[in-house]
Design a protein. Structure first.
Length: 314
């Protein structure tokens, strides 16, 4: 029954009963007697209470819908308000749920296009760094070598320092190129790429251990890239923000899919909101229909979990 007919029926019943009583045995004299006033007040209170109950029950789904709309997040899909209540309210909730489905689909499609463009741009920049900047720095090193062979002893130290600075710059350019374009992922596969990633982030003050299962189901190239990027971003956040001295990188099978875990023993979330890194990870997870959760680790630290349903990406 619609909310209109609920309220109308209740009011109609109350008025019909009141009219029947007034036309029947119940009368109101002038002046009003205390017993008559009591009957009128009790009847009015009962009618108001019934109206309040009907409105409270009928409008409760609207309150739940309002709270769901206030907390809706397209990066955390799947949560929907329950379709309940009068016809008008149920239709409104159904329409809202359909709108969320459409928005999530459009968000996933736009994120896929944006991330694909981002990966293409990463490859282009990495290629230019490797081919152009890397070759230029290599040529500079060779020229400095020839200068060092001919330079007087008074300039040897300065030329040597220039060589070391150039060599360090070349190594940094190569490191940046590797992070922009994970060639090891394309050449040696996901497990080797994750091992290389753990070794890359291991440094004085931070030990990154890995536990990578070798019996993973078949994953698409897109899914493997998302796993790699989430692991990379998770370890980057550990280095930049966690203040941790230990981190773990795990990849294995779970019921219904594959799970990646990046865990550290740092300072934890501390109620911090999602930054660009976490937002990017959530968008990548949506790209392959995966679920990303960020929560406190046992004891202290942070757990980043990416759970991919069996079957790969969308």
């Amino acid at each position: 029954m619609s909310l209109f007919w609920r309220i109308f029926s209740l009011n109609a019943v109350g008025l019909v009963v009141a009219a029947a009583l007034l036309l029947g045995p119940v009368t109101v004299s002038t002046p009003v007697l205390p017993a008559e006033a009591l009957v009128v007040v009790v009847g009015l209170a009962a009618l108001l209470a019934a109206n309040a109950v009907v409105l409270r029950v009928g409008l409760a789904p609207l309150g739940r819908l309002g709270r769901a709309m206030a907390t809706a997040d397209l990066l955390r899909p799947g949560t929907r308000p329950v379709v309940a209540g009068p016809v008008e309210t149920a239709e409104l909730i159904t329409t809202y749920n359909a709108m969320l489905d459409r928005l999530e689909t459009e968000r996933a499609a736009s994120a896929a296009r944006a991330l694909s463009a981002q990966e293409r741009e990463r490859r282009r920049i990495a290629r230019e760094l490797h081919d152009e900047v890397g070759q230029t720095l290599t040529a500079v090193l060779l020229q400095l070598k020839r200068v060092a062979d001919r330079a007087p002893e008074t300039l040897c130290d300065e030329v040597s320092q220039a060589q070391e600075a150039t060599r360090a710059g070349l190594d940094e350019v190569r490191r940046i190129a590797r992070r922009l374009r994970p060639g090891v992922l394309e050449e040696l596969g996901l497990l080797s790429a994750l091992r290389s990633l753990a070794a890359e982030f291991s440094a004085p003050g931070l030990t990154v251990r890995h536990d990578l299962a070798g019996d993973l189901p078949a994953l698409t190239g897109e899914t493997e890239l998302v796993i790699y990027r989430v692991a990379q971003e998770g370890l980057t956040n550990t280095v930049r923000h966690a203040g941790a001295d230990r981190a773990e990188l795990r990849l294995g099978t779970v019921p219904g899919g594959v799970e990646l875990l990046v865990r550290d023993n740092g300072r934890g979330l501390d109620g911090a909101s999602d930054g660009a890194g976490l937002t990017g990870m959530r968008e990548r997870a949506l790209l392959i229909g995966a679920a990303l959760t960020v929560e406190p680790a046992p004891g202290r630290g942070t757990d980043v979990r990416l759970r991919i349903p069996t079957g790969g990406g969308r």
